[in-house]
Design a protein around this ligand. Structure first.
Ligand code: GDG
Length: 746
């Protein structure tokens, strides 16, 4: 980060609590991984934290902001006030009863009040205004989590050049689940306002990409998506903990030491199973209790020998599903203790409240099993904290549905819904020889220490700076209308020219059926004229079948032809086609065609086009909305079906094309540029997603032209193929200033 860069953190809650007290305000800082990670960066950059104070009263009372500034020694905390009713609908409503259950795969717990989305918008807007009041052009703005998904775009509209990053702490669900969300399109557009969007795991990132495609029709690359003439980077950046803080407590804190000794005595003859969670239905507490009951029933020798300490920190108590959960957990604990307790043994020690850090750390250190089995979790820091604090004798039993599972392979991974298997695994963990326990724990500890929260924060900001810098280098905003005079003059001045032209939708209008789009005589003459000057290298880069391209354009000598997106080429000056094939396996084709046939039946008027290396489903002739809807469904099915292959499905202009990943127009352009890198005029025109691969090979100074509307990385646009033909005609006229070209009537 450069010295003038300042960090602005925006999160739903400010990391402080404010209570009114006689003569002023009582302010206490909250602890937690995020605060720990942000603190050094905020300090280093003299940064700001913008957030809502939650329950605190005192909106409009200036003494509150003054008190917090005095406490922080400067204006480091910016309070966002939200009126009570809006706050309820925004926070308890849309955030915690709509987004939260859905993103954690609990659609049955989703409840949606139509007033809550406008309130969510309003709350996001209040955050936006607060940020705008303080933001400077050089700042890095880091927006956190699901409560603020509209904020990046709101900020982008107000500050088009701002550097904005977004991190989602919770899972991003499969697009099948995400599509159930009222407000889904706005939320996607909202986060796309950022330069960098980061997730806890690759799986979440993939789900997000799939939602972009299936809900917004946006194609993305592995880590990038084009939107509104900008590119947005996407990353998986798993959050870590601050291991030093835990180590410090263990090594030097007397209170922690006392608790450790106390627990050592208390659990002397027993094995300690330990869980700590917010009391949330995603954390799998009832399932854990059921598993424990099963264990005690089926492994009677463990009775009296194990204790489960379950800490459940009260959370969101005003939401009905949480109140129900609380009752359910109380009942279950009562039942288990009622059934199995003896005068000197209680199987479950249940605390419905938080404990102090020293107590928590002492329990982590002593526990024989860290039982961390959420039904779904973005990351789960408890798993990492347990590993950081344990003395090496313990075993981590971790849900495979927590984001942490992706990095913690040495844990015993379980499916928490499978009670019998999980109970077996707990038993195995208890029986595991001590050296194996140590080996696993050491490997885990090394990773937790290495991938700590400081690295996570640094990495996020580095990536954000990079993403914003590459946006700034790109020409700003939407493509501008191509200035004919400027391009013709550049063409005229050039010593060597490359012209890369797509055919359908670029040189010729679309027709109902692909075979009806044969080029007109004047168009052929125009291409002939264009390719005549010796300094011109004209390439026709099409996705069509080789037969079509050969039949239609084979007669024009000097033109380079590429068919099937470059699977076949006819180089400059050659009459022979070359097959640029790296793998001949077309095994996937019959299965795909079988599927497409079902889609043809469902959408009368649609049709299948089979090429040598690809297959296309065209739906131009179907009902437009139904066609789009089916195309999204088809892509979703194909994504799963082809996940193990190098074949992918791409949305084209009213078609879905299925082809090997290695075939794309970018490759053709790369080869042409390699051979003719000295060309000082480079022009490319195309109209659909497959042409973006062409544009990607060219640099910002080149003449890249998108034909028609749509997301593009091209610098310019032209409204339709007639304009492209008119431009090419101008080119040919520029070469023969005094003579009208033969193709003047195209
Ligand atoms: C969200 C995502 C993601 C808990 N009880 C006590 C206590 N804690 C502390 C733990 C830990 C934190 O609370 C809980 O963090 P988690 O990661 O487990 O869960 P969420 O609150 O749901 O957080 C989650 C996280 O964001 C970060 O990105 O991992 O997936 O849902 O630090 O130590 N601390 C004290 N007493 C307690 O009783 N002192």
């Amino acid at each position: 980060m450069s010295s003038s860069t300042r960090l602005i953190v925006v999160s739903n809650r400010l990391p402080v609590t404010l209570r009114r007290q006689a003569g002023g305000w009582k302010i206490t800082a909250s602890a937690g991984g995020l605060v720990t990670a942000m603190a050094p960066m905020l300090k280093r950059t003299n940064g700001l934290w913008v957030g809502w104070p939650g329950e605190a009263t005192g909106a409009g009372d200036a003494t509150r902001q003054e008190a917090i500034d005095a406490w922080a020694g400067g204006s480091h905390y910016v309070i966002v006030d939200i009126p009570a009713k809006t706050a309820e609908l925004y926070y308890e409503g849309y955030s915690n009863q709509t987004i939260w259950p859905l993103f954690h795969y609990f659609p049955s717990l989703l409840s949606y009040d139509p007033r809550s989305f406008p309130a969510y918008k309003e709350a996001n807007y209040r955050f936006c205004k607060a940020v705008l009041k303080h933001a400077r052009p050089d700042d890095l703005i880091w927006v956190h989590d699901y409560q603020l998904m509209l904020l990046p775009q709101m900020l982008r509209e107000a500050m088009p050049d701002a550097r904005i990053g977004f991190f989602l702490h919770i899972p991003f669900p499969s697009s099948e689940v995400f599509r159930l969300l009222p407000g889904r399109d706005e939320l996607l557009q909202g986060v796309l306002g950022a330069d960098l969007i980061a997730f806890q795991t690759h799986a979440h990132l993939q789900h997000f990409r799939s939602a972009l495609l299936r809900i917004s029709g946006l194609e993305s690359q592995i880590d990038e998506v084009e939107v509104g003439g900008r590119s947005v980077r996407m990353e998986a950046l798993p959050i870590g903990i601050a291991p030093d803080e835990f180590r410090k407590l263990l090594e030097t804190d007397a209170e922690t030491g006392r608790y450790k000794e106390q627990y050592r005595q208390r659990f002397r003859d027993r094995r300690l199973l330990f869980s700590v969670d917010r009391l949330d239905y995603t954390k799998g507490i009832p399932e854990r209790l059921r598993t424990y009951r099963h264990l005690l029933q089926h492994a009677p020798h463990l009775r009296g020998k194990v204790v489960l300490v379950q800490i459940a920190v009260p959370s969101r108590e005003r939401v009905a599903s949480y109140a129900r959960l609380r009752r359910r957990v109380n009942e279950m604990v009562g039942e288990i203790n009622g059934q199995f307790s003896t005068p000197d043994w209680t199987p479950v020690v249940y605390l419905h409240r938080g404990v102090s850090r020293p107590q928590l750390v002492a329990l982590y250190a002593m526990a024989d099993v860290g039982w961390v089995t959420p039904l779904r979790d973005g990351m789960n820091l408890v798993a990492k904290e347990y590993v950081a604090c344990n003395e090496g004798h313990g075993v981590l039993v971790l849900s495979e549905l927590a984001g942490a599972a992706a990095e913690m392979g040495e844990a015993f991974l379980v499916n928490p819904f499978d009670i019998e298997r999980t109970a077996e695994v707990i038993q195995r963990a208890l029986d595991l020889p001590v050296n194996e326990r140590r080996e696993r724990m050491d490997a885990l500890r090394r990773r937790v220490e290495f991938n700590n929260v400081y690295k996570w924060g640094d990495r996020f900001l580095q990536q954000l700076e990079k993403a914003a810098a590459s946006r700034a280098r790109r020409p700003a905003g939407q493509p501008g209308l191509l200035d004919m005079r400027a391009v013709v003059s550049a063409y005229q001045d050039a010593r060597k020219r490359i012209l890369l032209l797509n055919y359908d939708g670029t040189l010729a209008e679309y027709t109902g059926r692909p075979e009806q789009a044969a080029p007109s005589q004047p168009l052929l003459a125009l291409l002939e004229d264009l390719s005549r000057p010796s300094k011109n290298y004209v390439a026709l880069v099409s996705g069509r079948r080789r037969e079509d391209i050969e039949k239609w354009f084979g007669g024009i000598a000097g033109v380079y032809l590429a068919a099937e997106h470059g699977a076949w080429i006819r180089p400059f000056g050659s009459k022979e086609w070359v097959e640029r094939v790296q793998s001949r396996s077309n095994d996937w084709k019959p299965r795909v065609i079988e599927l497409l046939e079902q889609f043809v039946e469902r959408a009368p008027g649609s049709l299948i086009e089979e090429k040598e290396h690809s297959v296309v489903w065209h739906y131009r002739m179907t009902h437009p909305e139904f066609g789009e809807w089916l195309a999204a469904e088809l892509i979703g099915i194909l994504e799963g079906m082809l996940s193990e292959t190098d074949v992918s499905a791409v949305l084209g202009q009213k078609c879905v094309e299925i082809r090997p990943l290695w075939i794309h127009k970018g490759q053709v352009v790369e080869e042409i540029l390699k051979a003719h890198g000295d060309a000082d005029f480079r022009f490319a025109a195309g109209d659909d997603r497959t042409d973006e691969d062409m544009f990607a090979q060219l640099s910002p100074e080149d003449w890249t032209v998108r034909v028609g509307k749509g997301e593009t990385r091209a610098r310019y646009y032209l409204p339709n193929p007639a304009h492209v033909r008119a431009l090419l005609r101008e080119f040919t006229a520029a070469d023969v200033p005094d003579a009208r070209p033969a193709s003047a009537s195209v």
